[in-house]
Design a protein around this ligand. Structure first.
Ligand SMILES: Nc1ncnc2c1ncn2[C@@H]1O[C@H](COP(=O)(O)OP(=O)(O)O)[C@@H](O)[C@H]1O
Ligand SMILES: [Mg+2]
Length: 309
């Protein structure tokens, strides 16, 4: 289990991370989302024992990152946002080097390398030179390198940046597999659609603060207090939209690209039922009235603009 408790980082008086707390369990794939400069890398580097927190703690399976950094390092794999690979080195040599650094016993190294190559779908590139690989493959090789010591926690800082859609989808499968293997995976991004479908937990960080944290399913569907709705009408969508905009507790009513109305209602199930009743009573020819699944991008904008809690 990873417990991050009120972690803070000051850079000469500038508070880059202002008290971030969250907990993750084995198997959790956590999307750590925020704009550039929000504090993602700083947070990740503190968990990775590379940066000393100004205050607060982080512990992995009971081991505090500042008290026993070496024990933490043995349990984690860290992929920085800008990674360098070595030239004139073959894929297997590169992994062998890291397996050696991580003190994988010599007679186990071959098997470990085979395993991580298979997991990252690079078995056919075993004897290729690192610089001959595509960017997506290099990214997977970098991840393979983080896996040679079978870490319990993976910190992947913007791993999908610069990847084409196919490489991104392969990376996504790999990350989901790591979650299924029972690892804790933290994946950061400032590009929201990149992480759609990656994660079972989401955290949104802005200006050093974690504005929202929880299971993806809770954030992306209607909650007890906020209903996200999509409404279609046989009549004029603009007319219905105008009617809706005048309703209390209704936020962000707009037409979507299909000509249907999307809106959010501050209220419970009874309020939702009441809204439907009022629509019908207003003689608006409502065809459908349904809960709308929202995506991470919606969540991000709602959270960061404070429209929805
Ligand atoms: N070494 C540093 N010294 C001073 N300020 C820094 C340093 N590293 C990061 N910052 C500042 O801290 C804030 C958070 O940065 P960072 O953690 O890199 O954000 P993110 O990874 O979310 O883009 C930014 O405002 C950044 O300019
Ligand atoms: Mg960063």
């Amino acid at each position: 289990m990873l417990v991050v408790d009120n972690l803070k980082k000051d850079y000469n008086g500038f508070q880059a991370v202002q008290g971030i707390s969250f907990e993750l369990e084995p198997g959790d794939v956590f999307a750590f989302i925020g704009s550039n400069g929000a504090g993602k890398t700083t947070t990740i580097r503190m968990i990775a024992t590379l940066l000393e927190p100004s205050s607060g703690t982080a512990s992995l399976f009971g081991v505090d990152v500042t008290k026993d950094p070496m024990a933490i390092r043995r349990m984690l794999g860290y992929m920085p946002d800008f990674f360098g690979l070595y030239d004139d080195v073959k894929v297997w040599e590169y992994l062998d080097f890291f397996a050696t650094i991580y003190e994988v016993p010599p007679r186990e190294r071959r098997k470990v390398i085979d395993n991580v190559l298979e997991l990252t779908d690079l078995s056919s590139k075993r004897d290729a030179f690192v610089q001959s690989l595509s960017r997506g493959m290099q990214q997977r090789l970098c991840l393979a390198r983080c896996l040679v010591h079978d870490p319990k926690l993976l910190l992947l800082d913007e791993p999908a940046s610069g990847l084409d859609p196919r490489a991104r989808s392969e990376l996504k499968e790999l990350i989901l597999e790591l979650g299924r293997m029972g690892k804790i995976v933290i994946v950061s991004s400032h590009i929201l659609p990149e992480l759609e479908g990656f994660c079972n937990k989401v955290g949104i960080v802005e200006r050093g603060q974690l504005l929202s944290f929880g299971p993806t399913s809770d954030l992306t569907r209607s909650s007890g207090t906020t209903k996200h709705l999509v409404i279609s009408t046989l009549g004029s969508p603009e007319g219905t939209l105008a009617w809706l905009t005048s309703q209390p507790n209704l936020t962000e009513a707009r037409l979507n690209k299909d000509g249907n109305i999307e809106c959010s209602l501050e209220g419970d199930d009874a309020a939702q039922a009441q809204l439907l009743k009022s629509l019908v009573e207003a003689n608006l020819p409502i065809r459908t009235f349904a809960d709308r699944r929202i995506d991470l991008e919606d969540v991000f904008f709602q959270v960061t603009t404070g429209a929805v809690n």
